[in-house]
Design a protein around this ligand. Structure first.
Ligand code: ADP
Length: 470
């Protein structure tokens, strides 16, 4: 099949979160299964900063289409500097860029124009609100064109909470008439909602774990769109994300201090010393290091972590958090670093190398998310013999099983309620198992036995594409 992925971020070109990792890996996994896969994204400033120089493929109406080959995947870039040549993808810690509706409305249209030059696609796989207008434009305005009349469109929701909400006045500039501003179409409590277009006008909708696909049909997690999603329930699927083990694998990871694997874990200690040094924390083998890597957003439960920081240190753990985002949390964690100096460090930035070092050097990885569509870091942690301590929600509930000390089953620790005390209770259990070297070793063995490679998830996407095209 010819499959084109439409995404606002793709690793290693541009990344703010898990979406980039998924679109950096799934097309390659499908290409290995014999499909012709391409990806299209905006040409941000960071693409060039990251050392990529895609060649000019076509000059088009108001933008350039650029291309490079990455592995077995063709990667197309929409070059329009006025919109994309900025320091960040979506906004600064002070807030979103005010012209995001124009930026991603333009992107959605540019994708359609690009397809005429890239070639006919069997599947157009759109992701999140930034590409959600593409299905609408095709279904309403281009369905009869030969390059689209057989194309099936899949829309994947990586996070329900980011819907692309804008004022009604943004619609006219994007060629969308007033008749679309109704609750059945794009209106959402007086606002214009991009994500609704993706849900309504695609042939099927997926989300990134089975648990989350059930949760988003409820008012608690549906963020106002559970009603609409229910109307599409028979076309709604949950397919769990995989891990790109060519990137997240301690045996071959060039970014960490020492390699290790299930056969020989000894390198992990050097990795722990390395990240502790970076954090100004003294190495003490009796103290577990708890790591976190996260966008600073309420979703991730970081307020619970901030609240419990004193207790975490008093329970005998050291703590490192790598994060960036909401200015409020940038400040809170900077202050906590001063307060708990020597046992805790907050590294306030986006830094891929540090992310690998933390995965490799931590003993435990904390994810107390309020909701979590899939979550990738708990999966990376399992591969790095770093025990996940998570809230039982969405993809975390699906992929982490409580460790049973008697039967020695399970791969982590999880708690039900998004409360600081619950988090601390779970962490306390983890710390007590850490102190029993034999038990801890059984637990690490269970973590390392987990396999979340993309193969089985790519196969599920393939089956879905087949079903849509039949
Ligand atoms: P989300 O997509 O909601 O942010 P995921 O767990 O699905 O959460 O994916 C997050 C991805 O982004 C992981 O690869 C993680 O390592 C990475 N990441 C998040 N914050 C940072 C940061 N400050 N520096 C480097 N990588 C980060």
């Amino acid at each position: 099949m010819n499959i084109l992925f439409v995404s606002s971020e793709v690793f290693p070109f541009a990344k703010t979160g898990g979406l980039a990792d998924v679109i950096g890996a799934l097309p390659e996994a499908l290409a290995k299964r014999g499909h012709a896969c391409s990806v299209i994204l905006p040409l941000y400033k960071c693409v060039k900063k990251n050392g990529f120089a895609p060649r000019l493929f076509k000059e088009l109406n108001g933008f350039n289409l650029r291309l490079l080959r990455h592995g077995n995947v063709k990667v197309y870039f929409i070059e329009k500097d006025e919109y994309y040549d900025r320091d960040q993808l979506y906004g600064t810690p002070q807030g979103d860029y005010p012209d995001n509706a124009s930026r991603f409305g333009f992107f959605a249209k540019a994708v359609i124009e690009s397809v005429s030059h890239i070639g006919r696609q069997d599947i157009l796989h759109c992701n999140d609100w930034q590409s959600a207008l593409t299905p609408l434009y095709i279904k309403l305005f281009h369905k009869k064109r030969p390059e689209f009349n057989k194309t099936k469109i899949l829309f994947t929701i990586h996070n329900m909470a980011y819907q692309g909400l804008f004022g009604r006045e943004a619609m006219a500039g994007l060629g969308l008439g007033e008749e679309l501003f109704t609750p059945e179409r794009l209106e959402f409590y007086g606002k214009f909602n991009f994500m609704k277009a993706g849900i309504i006008y695609s042939d099927a909708v997926t989300t990134v774990s089975k648990g989350y696909s059930r949760e988003i049909l409820t008012p608690e997690f549906g963020t106002g769109l559970d009603g609409l999603l229910k109307t599409r329930e028979k076309d709604l699927y949950g397919i769990v994300n995989g891990v790109d083990y060519t990137i997240w694998n301690p045996a071959i990871d060039k970014l960490i201090a020492a390699g290790f694997s299930e056969k020989d874990l000894s390198g992990k200690e050097a990795c722990k010393k390395d990240i502790l040094k970076e954090c100004g924390i003294k190495y003490d083998p009796r103290r577990p290091l708890v790591g976190m890597i996260t966008r600073f957003a309420e979703q991730k439960g970081i307020d619970l972590v901030a609240q419990g920081m004193g207790n975490i240190i008093r329970m005998g753990a050291d703590f490192v958090i790598l994060g960036f985002g909401d200015e409020k949390y940038n400040n809170i964690f900077s202050r906590l670093t001063l307060k708990y100096k020597g046992h805790m460090a907050a590294l306030i930035k986006f830094d891929n190398v540090l992310a690998h070092k933390i995965e490799a050097g931590s003993d435990m990885f904390l994810m107390p998310s309020r909701y979590e569509p899939c979550g990738l870091n708990q999966l990376y942690s399992l591969k790095y013999a770093t025990v996940p301590v998570v809230r039982a929600v969405g993809g975390l509930e699906d992929t982490v099983e409580n460790f049973d000390t008697a039967r020695k089953t399970g791969n982590g620790f999880k708690f039900k309620d998004a409360r600081c005390q619950e988090l601390l209770k779970s962490l306390k259990k983890a710390i007590s198992v850490f102190k029993n070297k034999k038990l801890w070793h059984s637990l690490l063995k269970n973590c390392l036995a987990c396999d979340y490679s993309w193969d089985s998830s790519a196969e599920k996407y393939e089956k879905l594409y087949d079903r849509l095209s039949a």
